[in-house]
Design a protein around this ligand. Structure first.
Ligand code: C2O
Ligand code: CU
Length: 700
């Protein structure tokens, strides 16, 4: 039975509900996206239909999370055909939220036919129930059930039911110490087991590429030394070499890589607008390059092999010309086999410009990273021909801040410490917090934010930078933690995980500094706002290109495909299937970006002119096999993320890398300011290594 809406009811709707764009079509199959769930009416209500949509919550980061890493969504219920409430024995319809066990109930508010904004729920997995009640203000549900929906992520729980028998029957016993050399070359150790998640249900054979570690025979191995600061002035020539280093991790000496014997490599400080020359020598056992991530420099110095210079062979040299048109924090790393070379320690920061002493007392430039050790405490080898861990990327089990496990910083109470963070990890997105301290978000990759903002945590994806100011109000020891929700893929459940990356020791002091006294004020950056407003004003309304992100599997069993299909979690905070992830390489996995013409990966070659601003839409296909979050980087230019999931981003900054969670969409305005042939790619090292990259050309 259908009840037409009266005009008056429509008008009330228009006044009461904010404009929300529709995220889910009525014919969306159940669980087809992580954002849509049918609100199923009871069988007697044949004329009623409903949809529960999970909408985007504005955030300056790639993903909106609660401090513990749980994803945030604004719930919107769309309802049609509800009969007048009295016909069901009540006066109003009310929506309620529950956790899955129904032990907690939250009143979400009155709902009607149309679009109903229900706000946020504190539960990760949840149900929404619509009931008919006697009064709008009723505190607990009493009336009859009208419709119900279950959060789309609860599909993971049915996964648990399917996997449960395997957990008890065929799970491998402790595999540590077993060697697997099935493919020749060095033997592969088993990947580390993590007591927090269930072991894999099946025994996997090692990746189809031989194991590889750096070869130090006949090469100089320098003892690792602390990072030095190079103050580079206009016209200076710096020397940089990549080579082997000996370093201690977990009480063991290991052979890794470094720049000038350091990891991170030297911190290069320069003034905006200056230029310097870097004479680079390769003392590694493998070819390499240096890519200066985020710098709008000359194309030939970008460090991408073949664009146009080839990689630098062992013993070879190359001269890079750097220029620094934008203040901000940048970083450098190889653009050859990042999964191995960058992971072995080849990365360093560049700081362009200086924070105002009025705002900041002290600055720490910090790289966040992780390293994977096997169950014997030795670093996991890398694939000899191509990346292992090609599914999710290599997640480490040792946390490194500026290359050190257990990093220690210092500060004084009442002063303002600026943390310039770079995520140098292969695959891990961090949700960084400092419990007990307030964080003020001030900047990102290539500029300050339009407005400073208080944040409870910093969500930072591989290659992104975020700049936060922090004031510690009293003396003590403050932990730097990564706080996230870990997925246990086999059990289909999540759990809290808090890992400590380091500490800041805060000494007492008599009075706050000048910067400390101003800390409570949130400033805006008028220059950045003007630039971005100008960019938006020049930008076309329609996207010139659309990139759809996905993945393809080949040479794998149907069971593996089944296990990886249709269970998109918007964010992957951990490696929830370490065995399968490790065992897959580029032979099995191809990560893809496809444009509107159907061209894919290196088949993409877009052409632009300098001075153009183009709108590019990026879509992560929620139906893709194992859709994941991808940090997408454009070389040689800067861009602004202006819309996410069809909602305008309220607080923006210039970026060179932006995170797109699984199943989501974003629109960027790319400013074509720098001629050359450039890459765009996912910055998860193993995704880049297994295809997820394209090209664009900027002609004068
Ligand atoms: Cu930081 Cu193409 O990379
Ligand atoms: Cu990716």
């Amino acid at each position: 039975m259908w009840y037409p809406l009266s005009i008056a009811a429509l008008l009330v709707q228009a006044v009461q509900t904010p404009r929300v764009s529709v995220r889910c079509a009525w014919d969306t199959p159940p669980f087809a996206t992580p954002y849509c769930a049918e609100l199923v009416p009871t069988p007697d209500l044949t004329g009623v239909r409903g949809m529960l949509e999970l909408h985007w919550v504005p955030t300056p980061f790639g993903a909106a999370v609660r401090p513990d890493g749980q994803l945030r969504h604004r719930l919107v219920a769309r309802l049609e055909g509800l009969p007048p409430a009295p016909s069901l024995g009540g006066r109003v319809y009310v929506a309620w939220g529950y956790n899955l066990s129904h032990s907690q109930e939250v009143r979400l508010g009155v709902v009607r036919n149309g679009v109903n904004d229900l706000g946020e729920l504190p539960f990760e997995y949840f149900r929404v129930i619509v009931s008919v009640e006697d009064a709008a203000s009723i505190p607990r549900r009493r009336g009859r059930l009208v419709a119900r929906a279950t959060s789309p992520n609860s599909l993971m729980l049915s996964h648990r039911d399917a996997m449960a028998p395997m957990l008890t029957s065929s799970a491998p016993t402790d595999a540590s110490g077993h060697e697997h050399g099935a493919h020749g070359g060095e033997a592969w150790p088993m990947p580390p087991s993590d007591p927090r998640i269930a072991p894999a249900a099946m025994q996997h054979t090692p990746p189809s590429t031989p194991a590889w570690r750096p070869d130090s025979t006949g090469r100089e191995v320098l003892p690792l030394r602390p990072r030095e600061v190079i103050r580079a002035r206009h016209g200076d020539t710096l020397t940089l070499s990549a080579g082997l280093v000996r370093r201690m991790i977990g009480g063991r000496a290991i052979v890794a890589y470094g720049y000038n014997g350091q990891s991170p490599g030297p911190l290069i400080r320069a003034d905006q607008g200056t230029e310097v020359t870097v004479r680079f020598t390769n003392r590694l056992d493998v070819p390499t390059t240096v890519h200066w991530h985020g710098l709008r420099l000359e194309n030939r110095s970008d460090g991408v092999p073949g664009f146009p210079a080839p990689a630098v062979e062992p013993g070879g040299a190359f001269t890079y010309q750097l220029r620094f048109p934008d203040a901000g924090y940048y970083w450098y790393h190889p653009h050859v086999r990042e999964d191995a070379q960058q992971d072995l320690g080849l990365y360093g920061n560049i700081s362009v410009g200086r924070p105002s002493p009025l705002a900041v007392d002290r600055e720490e430039v910090l790289t966040l990273d992780d390293l994977q050790l096997d169950d014997r405490g030795l670093p996991m080898p890398y694939g000899a021909d191509t990346a292992s861990h090609a599914l999710m990327g290599r997640f480490g089990n040792v946390w490194l801040v500026n290359g050190e496990p257990g990093w220690q910083g210092r500060a004084r109470a009442g002063e303002v410490l600026r943390l310039a963070l770079t995520n140098a990890a292969n695959a891990r997105t961090f949700n960084l917090r400092i419990p007990g301290a307030r964080l003020k978000l001030v900047g990102s990759d290539v500029s300050a934010f339009e407005r400073e903002a208080w944040v409870a945590s910093v969500v930072i994806a591989p290659a992104e930078r975020y700049v936060v100011d922090v004031r510690f109000d009293s003396a003590g020891r403050y932990a730097l933690v990564n706080e996230v929700r870990w997925l246990d893929h086999m059990r289909g459940t999540t759990m809290p995980a808090v890992d400590t990356l380091g500490f800041v020791a805060v000494e007492a002091s008599a009075a706050p500094t000048r910067a400390g006294r101003r800390f409570g004020v949130l400033a805006g950056d008028a220059r950045v706002r003007r630039e971005i407003d100008g960019l938006i004003a020049r930008a076309p309304a329609v996207a010139r290109h659309t990139l759809t992100l996905g993945m393809r599997l080949s040479n794998v069993s149907p069971q593996t495909v089944a296990m990886l299909t249709g269970i998109a979690m918007p964010m992957d905070w951990n490696d929830a299937m370490p065995m399968m992830n490790w065992a897959l390489s580029a032979r099995e996995v191809t990560w893809t970006m496809r444009d509107e013409s159907g061209r894919e990966n290196m088949g993409i070659h877009w052409r632009f002119r300098t001075g153009e601003v183009v709108r590019i839409r990026l879509v992560s296909d929620p139906g893709a096999t194992h859709a994941m979050a991808h940090p997408i980087h454009f070389h040689g230019q800067r861009f602004v993320v202006v819309r996410r999931n069809d909602v305008a981003v309220p607080n923006k900054a210039w970026k060179d890398t932006a995170l797109l969670p699984a199943g989501e969409s974003m629109e960027i305005l790319l400013e074509l300011s720098n001629p050359g042939t450039w890459m765009m790619h996912c910055h998860v090292a193993e995704h880049l290594g297994t295809g997820m990259m394209g090209m664009f050309e900027v002609v004068p």
